[in-house]
Ligand binder design. Structure first.
Ligand code: FES
Length: 158
């Protein structure tokens, strides 16, 4: 993985290119997202200092556009569907169990950097409700008792 210093050097190049261009903040942030995988507090502060744009503005942009992630993603992104079909078949109970087992709330990443937990809209597998994805793998007809086994599978992969 590229080290942080090198990532900031790349960001410096991007900032130099866009800093004085009207509307340049968005491409700077998009590039920052690509370089770091997220626009976290440190990256926001760095962009603010380098561009003179208040950090509150940068935070506002980062939270307004869904393309920006505010914290590093885990190796595995768990996207549990909370669409109607999944919801009525008990997806919330699966979510409660995921939050309990991962010891995080939805929208967050575990401290070991392994899992990011997200709620999604319909993922197109309503027949398998409640359904979730872990990266590209689909799991369906879930019930809370399956959660620990699924997490264990990915923990073993590391
Ligand atoms: S509502 Fe969950 S897959 Fe469609």
């Amino acid at each position: 993985m590229t080290d942080r210093k090198e990532q900031f050097e790349r960001l410096d190049g991007i900032i130099a290119k866009w800093k004085d261009v009207p509307g340049g903040l968005l491409p700077i942030m998009q590039n920052a997202q690509d370089i770091f995988g997220c626009v976290d507090g440190e990256v926001e502060k760095y962009i603010a200092e380098a561009t003179g744009v208040p950090v509150t503005t940068i935070f506002g942009v980062a939270t307004f556009y869904s393309q920006f992630t505010l914290q590093p993603r885990g190796k595995y992104t768990i996207g549990l569907c909370l669409g109607t079909a999944c919801y009525v078949r008990g997806a919330q109970k699966v979510m409660d169990e995921l939050e309990k087992q991962l010891a995080i709330e939805v929208g967050n990443t575990t401290s070991d950097g392994l899992f990011t937990l997200e709620a999604t809209r319909c993922i197109g597998c309503c027949g398998l409700a409640p359904a979730m994805m872990v990266n590209d793998d689909v799991f369906g007809k879930l019930d809370p008792s399956q959660v620990s086994g699924i997490l264990e599978k990915y923990r073993k992969l590391g």
